[in-house]
Design a protein around this ligand. Structure first.
Ligand SMILES: Nc1ncnc2c1ncn2[C@@H]1O[C@H](COP(=O)(O)OP(=O)(O)OP(=O)(O)O)[C@@H](O)[C@H]1O
Ligand SMILES: [Mg+2]
Length: 453
């Protein structure tokens, strides 16, 4: 049951509103044509939805708005006015109104706004889970993310190796750092390395260190990063990129807890916790033979899967609000707001680059939009574009033609996305898509896709 309060000093209007809203069997409606009485009611009871006229005798809708939010900050307040101007709408939204409707309006419009409100406010079902300082700042509004963080909490104190799997930008490194902060070795270093960033030779000497004279240029003995992480956590980012030779060395280290510097003969004991992350499906790499199964099983004894943002939409608005607050406090500016329509677009967007993409979009939009109210038109095109499953223009075509059209746009979008991700590298793209190079070439020439080679 939703508790709904309506206020309008015009009796006809109040009655119509009451009648329309009564169509919803789950609405329990209280109606007032005297704003003073409504304010009294609001001081006593919480409401889920409040709909109020803006200009009334003696009181304004703004008073109703403020009283509603004071009693219950989660109330969806919708302001109605016959004298709607942009300024008063911005004013009401700045003060926390959910939206603003100008008279005359249809019942359809009213329900549209209400439903949007219910959709968005449901995103803010902030519950008071335990406040752990080490996890502060990590948004976990969705059940999926809460589960991930519960797992993080449970496994952190143990010394188990952890494998974190997630698409790029989902927060793998953030979680690895959180595990470190909650672990026994938290006062020792957290050392991240990107397994794809360095050529094999260099990577080996970085990781394991080298003795003086081990190779040209090794003028001094240098301890490896693994030694540096002693007692703490070592984070192997993009573990799927590790070459076969290094996989063998890493496996040996995990089994014996010992390393040998390049050019060295002594074994050095290593006491570090290993966390590895990947955005690749390691099982697939194992079955293809590019990743050692014994290493995989060593790392995989504890696996955390971070779901992509599109599968946990409840985290989207809390993440956005967190960044906006950060941006404002940095710039000392007044806080900007989104129109409900813009919020819906942000929530519906698929975020292929996950939280990282979301940060970029918010940063850009924030600095490019000069107004205090960010509308759907201020958002970058992929976000503001309606995500329609099928383009309406094809519905009149024959089934065969329509299907071809859909397939064609899918193939183009899919392929350009992966080509872009891999900087036009055909081998990597083919790998990622599970296709062979020939098929990729065929698609590229069929659609005449221009890309960086
Ligand atoms: N749940 C979250 N709450 C707050 N910030 C988050 C959350 N998840 C990710 N972020 C932020 O998003 C950005 C990307 O996160 P991170 O670098 O950990 O992702 P990643 O999975 O390692 O990405 P990549 O695959 O690109 O290396 C960081 O700035 C991080 O702080
Ligand atoms: Mg990362």
């Amino acid at each position: 049951m939703k508790r709904v309060l309506i206020v309008d000093d015009e009796l006809n209007m109040l009655e119509s509103l009451h009648k329309i809203l009564s169509y919803r069997k789950d609405f329990q409606i209280s109606a007032f044509n005297d704003p003073a009485k409504a304010l009294k009611e609001l001081s006593k009871n919480k409401f889920d939805i409040v709909i109020s006229d803006l200009r009334m005798e003696n009181h304004s809708g703004i008073d109703i708005l403020q009283a509603s939010l004071k009693k219950n900050p989660a109330t969806i307040v919708i302001i109605i006015s016959g004298y709607g101007t942009i300024e008063s709408s911005v004013e009401a939204i700045k003060l926390g109104a959910f939206d603003f409707i100008e008279k005359p309006f249809t019942s359809k419009k009213l329900f549209e706004v209400i439903d949007r409100g219910l959709l968005i406010k449901n995103q803010f079902s902030v519950d008071e889970t335990e406040d752990i300082p080490e996890l502060r700042g990590i948004v976990q509004n969705s059940p999926a993310m809460k589960e991930v963080l519960n797992l993080v909490r449970r496994i952190s104190p143990s010394e188990m190796n952890v494998l974190i799997y997630g698409e790029s930008g989902t927060g793998k490194e953030l979680l690895a750092r959180a595990i470190h902060k909650l672990s026994k070795g938290k006062n020792n270093p957290f050392v991240p390395v990107n397994c794809g960033a360095l050529p094999e030779q260099l990577f080996e000497s970085e990781l394991f260190g080298h003795e003086k004279g081990a190779f040209t240029g090794a003028v001094k003995t240098k301890p490896g990063l693994l030694e540096f992480a002693e007692g703490g956590t070592f984070f192997f980012d993009e573990i799927g990129e590790l070459t076969t030779a290094l996989q063998v060395k890493l496996l040996r280290m995990l089994e014996e807890r010992k390393i040998r510097r390049v050019g060295g003969s002594n074994e050095i004991s290593i006491n570090v916790r290993i966390i590895a992350a990947t955005n690749k499906n390691l099982e697939n790499l194992v079955s293809e033979g590019t990743f050692r199964d014994d290493l995989f099983y060593r790392l995989n004894n504890m696996k955390i899967e971070v779901p992509p943002l599109r599968e946990r939409k409840e985290d989207i608005m809390p993440l956005i609000n967190q960044y906006i607050q950060l941006l404002c406090s940095n710039k000392g500016e007044k806080q900007k707001h989104f129109t409900p329509e813009a919020e819906v677009a942000l929530i519906n967007y698929a975020w292929p680059g996950n939280v990282r993409e979301l940060q970029n979009v918010i940063n850009r939009t924030y600095f490019l939009c000069p107004n205090e109210l960010i509308t759907i038109d201020d958002l970058p095109i992929p976000v503001s574009k309606k995500q329609e499953i099928i383009d309406k223009s094809i519905i009149t075509l024959s089934y065969k033609e329509a299907k071809e059209r859909v397939l064609e746009s899918f193939e183009i979008e899919y392929l350009t996305y992966h080509l872009k991700r891999n900087n036009g590298n055909i081998t990597k793209t083919a790998d990622e898509c599970g296709l062979d190079r020939r098929s990729i070439h065929r698609l590229i020439s069929r659609y005449n896709i221009l890309f960086k080679d």
